[in-house]
Every structure is written in C-alpha cells, then in structure tokens.
Design a protein around this ligand. Sequence first.
Ligand code: PLP
Length: 386
Amino acid sequence: MGKRFVYADNAATTAPYPEVIDEMMPYLREKWGNPSSIHGKGEEAKAALAAYREKVASLLGCEAGEIVFTSCGTEADNHAIRGAAYANAAKGKHIITTKVEHPAVLNTCKALEKEGFRVTYLDVDGEGRVSAEDVERAICEDTVLVSVMYANNEIGTIMPVREIAAVCHAHGVLCMTDAVQAVGAVPINVRELGVDMLTASGHKIHAPKGIGLLYIEKGTRIKNLIEGGGQERGRRGGTENLPYIAAFAKALEIAVEKLPDMARVAKMRDRLIAELTKLPRTRVNGSLTHRLPGNANISFECIEGESILLLMDMAGICCSTGSACSSNSLDPSHVLLAIGLPHEVAHGSVRITLAHENTEEDVDYIIEKLTETVERLRKMSPLWKE
Ligand code: PLP
C-alpha cells in the first residue's frame, strides 16, 4: 500500500471537527461579550452560555445547574477530588481510588496524602478492572470519597462504575468518575450511572484543547478550587470561555449523534487486535469485553515501544506508547505494570486509538506497517528468539 497519513492517537487528542470550529467562531468574532455584563453585548453572551450549558446537560442526562465548565479534564479531576476531600474533612480523611487512574487523579491523591489525607490505591485484575466488591471491602468508617475512572486511557478497560456508585451510596460515600475517555465513546447518562461527580474533556471529542467539565449532582457540597467573581454559580471563578464552551457543546452533540457508528470503530479495533496478535510473542492488554471501541493496546516482546513509534511515524502513522502525559518518562506505564506485565514487556507496548474518521484502509495500512516494523526490529534485537 502506498504511503498515507493515519492519525491513530485519538486517546491523546482528536482533530477538532470543522463544524465545531464554525460553532465557536461567532463568539470570537462578533459575540465576544462577557456573560456577567449587564448590557446587550453581555446579555447576548449570557443567553448563549445558558443555551450551551442546557445542551450539554441534556446530552449527559442532568440539569444545567449541575454542570461546571473548567479549563480541562485535569482541572475538573482536581476540583472534584480536592473539593470533596476538603468539604468532608471533618467527617473523614480517607479516599479510595485505583492504581490505574490518570495522573490527574493519582497525583491529586498523592498531594492530598501530603496534606494528611489517607488514600487506598486499589489493585486491578489482569484486565485492568476493579470490582464493586473490592471497593466495598476498602470502605472504612472515615472514607469520604471513591474515585474510579470510567475507562482507562491506556488500555481502554471500562470499569463497573454503576455498581461502584451503588456500593458507595449504600455506605454514604461520595462517588466520582473520571470519564474523560468515555464521554462521546460510549452512551453516558449521569443519573442512570448514579455517580455524584463526573469529569470530561473537550479535546478528546473533537473540540479544542482547554475546555473541560465537572458534573456535580445537585445537593453535593464540595469546596471550590478556583475562587473568583461568582461565575459558574459561585463554584468556579474566571470569566467563562464561551467560544470553547460552544465548541464543547457542539462536539458533544456530534459525538452523541455518532454513537451508533462506534460499532464500526469497534469492528476495526477488533480486526487490528486479531491480526496483530497473530505475530509470535505478542499480546493484547486490557479487557476484550469491557473495552472502549477505539482502543487497541498491544505488547510486542523483545522490542521497544519508542522504536516502533519512530518507525510508524516515518510511515505516516501516529500512535502512542502509553498516555501522552507519561511519554516523557522512561519508566514503563504504571497501568501496564498494574495489570501484571513484566517491565520488559510493558516497554514494548503500543497504543492505537481509532475514531470515527478512521477507515478500513487505515486499519489495513496500520497492520501492514506495524507487522513490517515489528519483524524488522526483532531481526535486530539480540533478545529475539521465536
Ligand atoms: N483523565 C483521563 C482518563 C485522560 O485520558 C486525560 C487526558 O489524557 C485527562 C484526565 C486529562 O484531561 P485534559 O487533557 O483535558 O487535562
């Protein structure tokens, strides 16, 4: 197959849709008012903000007043966890999370440990899942918050969040889920899910980088992360980023409309996994049944993920060795170690994440080039024996 460009790193970020950019442009060019101003220009922005908040809320199955827009998924995770921890510190200082969370959650929990909170980092099984029973066993007298991601950004494993939320509520504990990778990829209705808090990020669903959200169920009291001029019903200071909120709302609308097409994406993912795991000493990481539709995470023994990435990039294919945030580090992925992979196998892992724009031809091309690359690198590897 002739050289082509294939973007298969959609868990890192996605290409903004042209319709999404069109939606935000009027708020940069003409309707640039401050929603807090009480003149016509401000009123125009205020009305638009209310309409976009309403749209986002209805797409997630909640009320507009339960949505707080943030600058990114990381801020939303920080807000939820710190906010719940500080607001409930008099009741208890124990938090439960898992070993496979995104650094936005893990490092927030680590920072809280330095402030006197106690955190349990639950082990996951070989597929990267925790069970509601694991969570229930870890709940103590002083537990105030459970934070379990909806879907893992590296291996795509989907957690039993609904069951976990039910267990939390039976024990009077708050439940938060980082759904940054899940929103737009699988159907999500926050009421049906039963969580108290949920986070999402625009740039994972074809909106620009720099916009996220936090759902806080009505009646849930958490402390603010950013104090300011009373925006977001007093829950997050800072003049609202209306252009990006418009983009986020449009992107979420499109994502929800396109959910049925995720079955096609999942079929492409399954073909990638089936073909690539035909190679010797190659395994797929994560669950085959509870998995994001676009995620294929594969380990090739005796070679380095970084070398694979470099050669794939030269062939015009963008993929990843793990989460983009940890790719500056030489340590193997904490997620792959948590599911029991030896260091050397974790090092030879590649994450391919597909989205709606990918085609069967893209998949053919990835299979062809990745197979060639793995065989070529293994020939050079002193470790390689079939
Ligand atoms: N949580 C998960 C699971 C993620 O995958 C990411 C981004 O990779 C984040 C949080 C952080 O989101 P943002 O890049 O919007 O800060």
